[in-house]
Design a protein around this ligand. Structure first.
Ligand SMILES: Nc1ncnc2c1ncn2[C@@H]1O[C@H](COP(=O)(O)OP(=O)(O)OP(=O)(O)O)[C@@H](O)[C@H]1O
Length: 487
């Protein structure tokens, strides 16, 4: 086992030498306690209903007040009492303890300790997350999180998953989904529930002999046999999570046609109909470039072929750029609004990029197609209760390669697609869009490199890139420069 046993209430410092190369905060040895069962019993008031935080497929989670220790509020996970104990393999609780005793990160719901009951079943003690799950925030909350918060959650989870994948040996979570994303006291997202996780290299016996598992709707369609498992399966699930964050709809939802979020969203993204997938409960921003980038990142993560999906390291970099873009004053002014203002066409004024010009964007509003086909209540996957207008679909095929996706997530750092630029008091001039082809590296536009527009000496609006060293690079040179970064 990856954790060390010791007497009740004694603390042991554990650390994983493999993970010792991480940044300072993650290098600190962390403490795993063995709690006495009786302490957890009294801390949860005999596992009372009042302290029940939630129920999962493997057991129950309780709030516990520990008085003897500095940790006052913790969460205790207890397996189902009726579940037979299979001595030949690790229970989900044992697996979770084993994995979490080796990794520790601010973006994870970290292990604090464990206890053993009289039947030798293990109870897990983890950090208490007071603000529920992302699933609840997205689907049951009266005030759904705004766009900036959603992207922040996405970035935080991406960092957590990246940390797991870059551990040595890597940890593959196998159950990334919104109900396993918990929100801490700082309203930051943490990845929890390591019951299905695997730690090891793909060629390791344990990994090679463990049958596929996960949650329908999030499960990688390319993961059909143990040998198919790789970190890219988590990337797929993360992509589904991103689509859920963008659209506010469930991974599988029979109220939509098609019910699978992949089959529903990816064709819309591929055809450039981004606004159709935005959560209708939020105002969609006039400059939705950041959301488009987010949608394209999601589409790349859910590619059918695992090898074509990005690594989490790339996803983190892309999401950092999306978050940066969203942190601009324009985004901060976007309030949360339930219901959508519908207009035909309107002109939106942007903050000028410099004194000599201002930008206007002709935005099309009110054309959002509502793909919801009926108002039947959401049913669990596989449920037979389905409305009259839609056909029962249990698990639709996921969409294949996204080779034809029109725009790259980061084709341009400040991509003004479909925007027009005009000189003050002058006529509008349409700016041609510079687009990189799919084969080009997406990491080459650094956040410190900004695409801008200005009038050159002939009065013509040109694109230029401001390099980190302050030098400007004009459009034609930009293309050459971009070419150098081909992968
Ligand atoms: N550390 C925690 N702090 C606060 N609440 C928690 C914590 N862990 C879990 N919960 C609550 O308990 C619920 C059940 O969690 P659990 O991880 O057992 O199952 P699940 O993820 O919802 O479902 P499944 O077991 O099918 O994956 C969660 O949805 C959440 O509301």
């Amino acid at each position: 086992m990856g954790y060390l046993s010791c007497n009740a209430e004694s603390a042991i410092a554990t650390c994983d030498s493999w993970n010792f190369k991480k940044t300072r905060t993650h290098n600190k040895p962390f403490t795993i306690r063995e709690f006495s069962y009786s302490d957890l019993h009294s801390a949860t008031n005999a596992f009372s209903q009042d302290n029940l935080l939630g129920k999962g497929s493997h057991g129950y989670v309780y709030r516990a007040h520990l008085h003897q220790t500095k940790l006052t509020l913790v969460a205790v996970k207890r397996g189902k009492l009726t579940e037979p104990r299979n001595s030949s393999s690790n229970s989900p609780a044992e697996n979770e303890i084993e994995i979490l005793s080796r990794v520790h990160h601010p973006r994870l719901v970290n292990l604090l300790g464990y206890a053993v009951d009289s039947n030798q079943n293990k109870l897990i003690v983890v950090e208490f997350m007071p603000n529920g799950s992302l699933y609840e925030l997205l689907h049951s909350h009266s005030k759904p999180p705004n766009w900036t918060r959603r992207v922040r959650f996405a970035l935080q989870i991406a960092r957590g998953v990246h940390f797991l994948h870059s551990s040595n040996p890597p940890v593959i979570h196998r159950d990334i989904k919104s109900s396993n994303i918990l929100i801490d006291g700082n309203f930051s997202a943490r990845l929890g529930d390591f019951g299905l996780s695997l730690r090891g290299h793909v060629e390791d016996v344990v990994v090679k002999s463990t049958p596929p598992a996960g949650t329908l709707g999030y499960l990688d369609p390319a993961y059909l046999a143990p040998s198919d498992l790789s970190t890219k399966s988590d990337v797929f699930s993360f992509g589904i999570l991103l689509l859920e964050i963008i659209s506010g709809r469930n991974a599988i939802d029979v109220n939509y046609s098609p019910p699978s979020v992949v089959d529903w969203a990816v064709p819309l993204i591929k055809s450039g109909e981004y606004t159709d997938i935005y959560d209708p409960r939020l105002t969609s921003p006039e400059d939705d470039g950041a959301l488009r980038q987010l949608a394209v990142v999601a589409a790349r993560c859910v590619r059918k072929t695992a090898a074509k999906r990005p690594a989490m390291a790339e996803v983190v970099e892309w999401l950092k750029l999306v978050y940066k873009r969203m942190s601009s004053p324009i985004w901060n002014n976007i309030g949360r609004r339930v219901g959508r203002v519908r207009e035909s066409t309107r002109v939106v004024k942007y903050e000028p990029l410099d004194e000599s010009m201002e930008i206007v964007k002709i935005s099309r509003m009110g054309s959002r197609r509502n793909r919801k086909v009926s108002n039947v209540a959401t049913t669990e996957l596989g449920s037979a209760v389905i409305g009259q207008k839609i056909k029962p679909v249990i698990r639709s095929k996921s969409i294949g390669s996204l080779g034809e996706i029109a725009s790259e997530p980061f084709d341009l750092a400040n991509n003004n697609n479909n925007q027009t630029v005009r000189k003050k008091g002058g006529l509008a001039v349409k700016i041609p869009t510079v687009r990189l082809s799919k084969s080009r590296s997406m990491g080459m536009i650094q956040s410190s490199t900004r695409l801008m527009h200005k009038n050159n000496s002939n009065g013509v609006v040109v694109k230029f890139v401001k390099k980190p060293n302050g030098k400007e690079l004009e459009d034609s040179k930009l293309l050459v420069d971009v070419g150098k970064h081909r992968t």
